[in-house]
Design a protein around this ligand. Sequence first.
Ligand SMILES: *[C@@H]1O[C@H](CO)[C@@H](O)[C@H](O)[C@H]1NC(C)=O
Ligand SMILES: *[C@@H]1O[C@H](CO)[C@@H](O)[C@H](O)[C@H]1NC(C)=O
Ligand SMILES: *[C@@H]1O[C@H](CO)[C@@H](O)[C@H](O)[C@H]1NC(C)=O
Ligand SMILES: *[C@@H]1O[C@H](CO)[C@@H](O)[C@H](O)[C@H]1NC(C)=O
Ligand SMILES: *[C@@H]1O[C@H](CO)[C@@H](O)[C@H](O)[C@H]1NC(C)=O
Length: 548
Amino acid sequence: MRGLLCAALVGLLDRCLCLQTPTASTTTKGVQLVTESAAIDNGPNGKYGQSAFAELWANISYTSSPPFTTIRNPGTMSGKELIFPPALYTSSEKSNLKLPATFIWGVSGSAWQIEGGLQVDGRGPSIMDTVGAIQSNDNQSDANIADMGYFLYREDIARLAAIGIPYYSFSISWTRVVPFGIAGSPINTKGLEHYDDVINTCLEYGITPLVTLNHFDFPLSQMDDLQTLPEHFLYYAKQVMTRYADRIPFWFTFNEPNVGVEYLFNGWNDLTSIMAAHAEVYHWYKTQLKGTGQISMKFANNLAVPLDISNATHIQAALRYQDFILGIMGNPLFLGQQIPADALATANLNLTALTKGQISRFHGTMDFWAFDPYVAQFASPAPEGIANCAANPSSSAWPYCVITSNIQADGWAMGDMSNAYAAIAPQYVRQQLSYVWETFKPSGILIAEFGFNPIADHRRPVDAQRQDLERTLYYQGFLSEMLKSIHLDGVNVIGTLAWSYVDNNEWGSYENQYGMQTVNRTDGKFGRRFKRSIFDYVDFFHQHIAGG
Ligand SMILES: *[C@@H]1O[C@H](CO)[C@@H](O)[C@H](O)[C@H]1NC(C)=O
Ligand SMILES: *[C@@H]1O[C@H](CO)[C@@H](O)[C@H](O)[C@H]1NC(C)=O
Ligand SMILES: *[C@@H]1O[C@H](CO)[C@@H](O)[C@H](O)[C@H]1NC(C)=O
Ligand SMILES: *[C@@H]1O[C@H](CO)[C@@H](O)[C@H](O)[C@H]1NC(C)=O
Ligand SMILES: *[C@@H]1O[C@H](CO)[C@@H](O)[C@H](O)[C@H]1NC(C)=O
């Protein structure tokens, strides 16, 4: 399974070091593990004692250690930091369309990509710790360091407040709260206290926090068998939601499991376990805890549009792609319907149809739609044809059996391209939003991530990185088309969260820079600096929020 993960990621990432040969074990001393029940044997050599905790980490080691050991408090920010960049002459096409005052707009990040300090304060290992966390050439850029967010969050929140960001979406590390990851195992009070302070710091600064319970960093102990996920996830979610429900109005249970299935999971039926885990948490939160917040799950989706709109097989390819990427989970969760037939019929996918009981348990557990529509892509059928491919698991295009591309039929790229897959192609935003609105009929759509990572950005001088005109054009085009989607197409878009508020660890690589701030990883201080795009992003909402 980890081998699979590595094979899948190795094409995408620069560094991918998987299973290490066992080295000297790493112990974390002075960790406060508390047990919920006296029945748990938690002596030093007990089932959940210090030896067992050290064993969790036995096969993972780091060449670098976090340069910070304490939380840094925000200093006084120089007024120079907030000087507006030169005006853009390209922003002349102004729209008078407005957004409601209730519009949720802000920025996002995730625990593993930003925090660092993977072994600090009793955190247990996660599946992501086996990727890009082990070694780096400069000892400054692995996941054990990342952006040192674990120590610098107060400064980060103060900076977001200073520039006027009203909503901040972050994720909680499951294994900081439940180091062993599993139901009945000890709760780490230091983990809970950390996120308590993150949330309270947001509120002190007038920022509303949104929380993702799991952003790919599943406990390592869970990954061999996700069948039992619902029990373990509910145990963890109860700790977190009981403690923070009074301060969190929006929750996301999982991040993008619909792409995680290809990289992280053991099989496609694990998506059913994800839905079951989500539904258990949803029902518990609403009926037992009587929580008043709203709950959803984030889906990845770069909408597939037919490469040749006049060709029926291209239309079929696009629909099949969408059935896989959104239909498998969207059908039961939003519509109370079975998984799409074309996915169920794919040979060797082993995807089992849901029972009526499962569908009724899952249906209606998403209070709104949350997705990450970075860009669109063109779809055409696999060269051997969709039906032949779907019957042949050794086909290179199996199981989607669709070829996707950012290049139009006439040979042009759909828009200005990024370092990875995103492009400045706002001409597809209305289609993306309308597809979801009309297919799954959600009450509202939250764009939970969108962003742009310029080509070879990390090699440019920092002053050039900060003048990130491409990122600004990406956001302005996207948001302008979103306004049309709301006003001309009648789609209820309730908010946007930009990915990301700072450059971070893009799953083992720092070369895909999506941030609206730089991080200095060479001077030992990890200071952030604003890029122009964050000014322009804030400015867009000042211009368009009614009464704003
Ligand atoms: C560490 O590796 C050894 C040898 O491969 C294996 O027996 C053991 O189960 C591994 N421990 C963990 C916690 O994965
Ligand atoms: C990284 O850390 C290792 C182990 O401490 C050390 O030997 C090496 O010189 C460091 N490399 C750099 C570039 O600082
Ligand atoms: C439709 O697309 C398929 C696959 O790309 C191609 O083989 C076929 O010739 C196309 N048909 C027409 C009428 O263009
Ligand atoms: C489906 O099941 C078969 C038989 O157990 C197995 O060989 C195959 O790897 C499975 N397919 C997937 C995608 O897990
Ligand atoms: C990091 O800080 C040093 C010292 O202030 C500076 O020379 C360097 O340009 C900075 N690099 C980045 C990427 O900000």
